[in-house]
Design a protein around this ligand. Structure first.
Ligand code: KIV
Ligand code: ZN
Length: 511
């Protein structure tokens, strides 16, 4: 077997894209999913970029045991020192340094000559090597670089000790045949290229990231950098689930090339990431979208019933999607509930199970049938701290007066540290009025209201409403989620949750 390593950069390239910022707890939760899915390398962040990033790289390095943990660094000593400080406690630390190699980046961004970049790349790889044996070098904008010059840089960094050399398609410009050609060219023209892992890092500006990565693998690359759900700057990075399942599904093309991923963890990990960023998979997203395995057209349904292979190239079970069994009700015991959660892929503490079970029972009283989708929503809200207000404000009660011919009024009562706070406010509809009342209580730092979405969890008009609210303060975003059969209540909970996160980060003394 030839292994293609999966390098996950959801927590670095994914997280640095607008609207995807995550707090430490959320990053740790995702890192645990990635470890369980058996990715080879977790790029936990860009340690020098902020104290928060440094802390999360460092905490992930200390927590994760079965994956390499990497921090990004520009090719300079301060970045490399900081990256090392952050990853040094990892079971297998990696420093990932980069410098651009395309003429356009050299001239307009770095203002350096080709010789200077070559020298810097080699010297900084050697510098990083004194800390750690596992060194990745990335030639930023490799696909728009002159191939002969790129080959010189790659040879120099291999000489200096790089163990992985990444050739990013930074602006999503290349095509599959060109990507494969570049890898083959480097393998042919660079001394020692066959002794290191050549790596791909494709952006999706032309929708070709997955195709380009797969073509690079066929050309001889042995590491793919990707993100869960394809998160990332602009149109995103290569989507982990697409690359992994393509290799998994087409052994006739990829032969003995395999990834080490436990594909049954894909769906759960994808859901966790969407939950953290307050989004839902687009319906037609390959592998993890709601329609990925749905067969609406009669002719398809008929074919699938006769033989699933007529229209299904991979099974939902292979990515961890379970049939929606309704086996629990309000009389189910704790053990049955716990076992069912385990079956669904959740590993929760005794306290979390207790709290989820309480909510499950409340929901059983409100809804005719409680489905696995409902249970999954309850657990996801709890596990990412959306449902609990352990720090900050919590909803006590609210009352709204609303009609379609006058301004709405909302009275909201919040509690915090045993104190109750009540305000009444007007608004354009019950949600606006409630948010205004909450603003009066919390008196938040200056922010803008970025996104409000509401999704139904299951079918039927008694469905749970899943609300996501995203607030923006400067370049930081804060996502809150709320879940209730009452959409006004779900909205209020989501808003308080986002506010709590924002205040805790930006105005701790005022909360
Ligand atoms: O897109 C890119 O070139 C990168 C590098 C820093 C690896 O993210
Ligand atoms: Zn990138």
């Amino acid at each position: 077997m030839q292994k293609v390593k999966i390098f996950d950069t959801t927590l670095r390239d994914g997280e640095q894209s607008p609207g995807c910022s995550m707090n430490l707890k959320e990053k740790l939760e995702i890192a645990r999913c990635l470890e369980k899915m058996r990715v080879d390398i977790i790029e936990a962040g860009f340690a020098i970029s902020s104290p928060g990033d440094f802390e999360s790289v460092s905490e992930i390095a200390k927590t994760v045991k079965n994956c390499t943990v990497a921090s990004l660094a520009r090719a300079n000593t301060v970045d490399i020192d900081t990256a090392w400080e952050a990853v040094k406690h990892a079971a297998d630390p990696r420093i990932h340094l980069f410098i651009a190699t395309s003429d356009i980046h050299l001239e307009y961004k770095l203002k350096m000559s080709r010789d200077q970049v070559l020298e810097q790349a080699e010297a900084m790889t050697r510098y990083a090597k004194k800390y750690c044996s596992n060194i990745e070098f990335s030639a930023e904008d490799a696909t728009r670089s002159d191939w002969a010059y790129l080959a010189q840089v790659v040879e120099a960094v291999i000489r200096a000790g790089a163990t992985t050399v990444n050739l990013p398609d930074t602006v999503g410009y290349t095509t599959p045949s060109e990507m494969r050609g570049l890898i083959e060219y480097i393998l042919e023209h660079v001394d020692g290229a066959d002794k290191v892992d050549l790596s791909l890092h494709c952006h999706n500006d032309l929708g070709l990231a997955t195709a380009n990565s797969l073509a690079g693998v066929l050309g001889g690359a042995r590491q793919v950098e990707c993100t869960v759900n394809g998160l990332g700057e602009r149109s995103g990075n290569t989507s982990l689930e697409e690359v992994v399942m393509a290799i998994h599904t087409r052994p006739d093309i990829f032969g003995d090339i395999k990834t080490g991923i436990d594909t049954r963890q894909i769906y759960h990990t994808s859901k966790t990431v969407y939950n953290v960023i307050g989004q839902k998979a687009p319906l037609n997203k390959p592998i993890v979208g709601q329609n990925a395995f749905a067969h609406e057209a009669g002719i398809h349904q008929h074919g699938v019933q006769a033989n699933a292979l007529t229209y299904e190239i991979l099974t939902p079970e292979s990515v961890g999607i379970k049939a929606n069994n309704i086996v629990l009700g309000k009389h189910s015991g704790k053990h049955a509930f716990e076992e069912h959660l385990r079956d669904m892929g959740f590993e929760l503490s005794a306290d979390e199970i207790k709290r989820c079970m309480e909510e499950f029972k409340i929901l059983c009283d409100k809804k005719k049938t409680v489905t696995d989708a409902d249970i999954e929503a309850i657990v996801m809200h709890h596990s990412s701290g959306h449902a609990t207000a352990t720090e900050g404000f919590e909803l006590d009660w609210f009352a709204v007066y609303t009609s379609n011919f006058t301004t709405s009024t909302s009275t909201v009562c919040l509690k915090k540290d045993g104190e109750k706070y009540q305000q009444v406010a007007l608004g354009d509809g019950p949600i606006d009025a409630s948010f205004n009342a909450i603003d009066q209580i919390i008196k938040p730092v200056e922010h803008s209201f970025d996104i409000y979405t509401i999704n139904s969890i299951s079918e039927g008009k008694d469905t749970l409403g899943d609300v996501a609210v995203r607030l923006r303060a400067g370049d930081r975003t804060f996502v809150g989620r709320g879940l209730s059969t009452d959409t006004i209540e779900a909205s209020i909970i989501a808003y308080i949750n986002a506010m709590n996160k924002m205040q805790a980060q930006l105005a701790p003394q005022e909360v």
